[in-house]
Design a protein around this ligand. Structure first.
Ligand code: ADP
Ligand code: MG
Length: 372
């Protein structure tokens, strides 16, 4: 096992900067997620850790070993890094049985036969593949194949697992099941794992911590709670959570309201204090609130008209069974509320909605940086 450290790592492909000044520490035994939209540099980051790409600048450490530093001419090849990778396309050897596929990395390393046999059986047991060891890949379901690929990765007991969207070829139901299985497996093995995904639900449910990346730049690193409750900027706030956080343009008034033009909401004293310190009184900001923090007034505890409550028009309702996603409008301002299933709202009606003012976010208008 080992921790992994990137220090001011850059990667440029003739003209394209894929990774910009990335500094990230993954702790020993940690399950770290690299999360971001397609093209943001996740795979490139993972490939640099694996040794499949050389950084343009910066240092990469695995444990105490400096494995890449172009300035010093240091580059440790993949085979000497003691890492195992699992990709989206889990290319198994089609002519080999499950047993031989899993055993392959040990055979390559000339491990004695009886030890291979013992390890394959252990791994198969762990992954629920014991009954399938004699089968060929074509006789397996997608989920079973992915488990074989995992088996092949874990049998070596590497220092670090690197996984690049390993579940994205599976159907939705299986993905949910494999998510939980992978997480359990990682806990059991305790091996440092860096897992790439563009799926924020995967990231939230599996990661000890999440590193959110956009345009090759690390936006925030934190636990799922951190990035959800205290997003560092509008990108993180908008990328994590479904339906996404509402963003509304507002002006912070002298009297301590967020003023949207068509209505206003009273900020809490401590929030006003922070905004005053940030010189944001009288300024335009971006006001953020998650749909689940907007309530049908019928079910709200604290409601004060003109302070945290406003009458809105219900434009569309998406009934998810467990909740209702309600598209609301006040004048020109639109936002989503996630109401409980018992809410009796109807499309076209007016409804009093309550904002949980403890849960709001304020972002600077120019940079998108979070102030609250
Ligand atoms: N071998 C390469 N040559 C040129 N550009 C590349 C290469 N690999 C990746 N890129 C570019 O680097 C950026 C990041 O790509 P990638 O790391 O694959 O993103 P992600 O995995 O987050 O989707 C993209 O703009 C991509 O086109
Ligand atoms: Mg990728």
């Amino acid at each position: 096992m080992a921790d992994v450290k990137l220090v001011h790592v850059w990667k440029e492909f003739d003209g394209v900067v894929a990774v910009k000044d990335m500094t990230l520490e993954v702790k020993d035994g940690e399950f770290m997620i690299l999360l971001g939209p397609s093209g943001c540099g996740k795979t490139t980051t993972l490939r640099m850790i694996a040794g499949l790409e050389e950084p343009t600048r910066g240092q990469i450490y695995i444990g105490d070993q400096l494995v890449a530093d172009p300035q010093k001419g240091i580059f440790v090849p993949p085979k000497d890094r003691d890492i195992a990778m699992v990709f989206q396309s889990y290319a198994l050897y089609p002519h080999m049985t499950v047993y031989d596929n899993i055993a392959f990395p040990l055979k390559l390393r000339k491990v004695p036969k009886n030890e291979i046999d013992q390890r394959v059986k252990e791994v198969a047991e762990l992954l629920g593949l014991t009954e399938l060891l004699k089968r060929k890949p074509r006789e397996l379901s997608g989920g079973q194949r992915q488990r074989v690929a995992l088996g092949r990765a874990i049998i070596r007991k590497p220092k670090v697992f690197l996984m690049d969207e390993p579940l994205s070829n599976l159907d939705a139901k299986l993905r949910v099941k494999m998510r939980a299985e992978l997480k359990k497996l990682q806990r059991q093995l305790g091996v440092t794992t860096i897992y790439v995904t563009h799926d924020q639900v995967e990231a939230m449910t599996m990661g000890d911590r999440i590193a959110v990346i956009n345009h090759g730049i690390l936006q925030q690193v934190g636990t799922p709670e951190d990035v959800y409750d205290k997003p560092a900027n509008t990108f993180v706030a908008g990328f994590i959570g479904t339906p996404p956080m509402n963003f509304m343009e507002a002006t912070i008034s002298e009297e301590g309201f967020a003023d949207f033009g068509d209505f206003r909401l009273k900020l809490l004293p401590e929030q006003i204090g922070v905004l005053r310190e940030g010189n944001l009184i009288g300024r335009d900001v971006i006001f953020g609130i998650r749909p689940e923090d907007i309530y049908d007034a019928m079910f709200a505890q604290v409601k004060v008209p003109g302070e945290n409550m406003v009458r809105a028009t219900v434009e569309i309702i998406e009934n998810l069974g467990s909740e209702k996603i309600v598209h609301l409008r006040v004048g020109d301002v639109t936002f989503l509320g996630s109401f409980r299933a018992e809410s009796k709202v109807k499309e076209g009606q007016e409804v009093d909605v309550v904002f949980d003012m403890r849960k709001i976010h304020i972002f600077k208008k120019d940079s998108g940086e979070a102030v609250l």
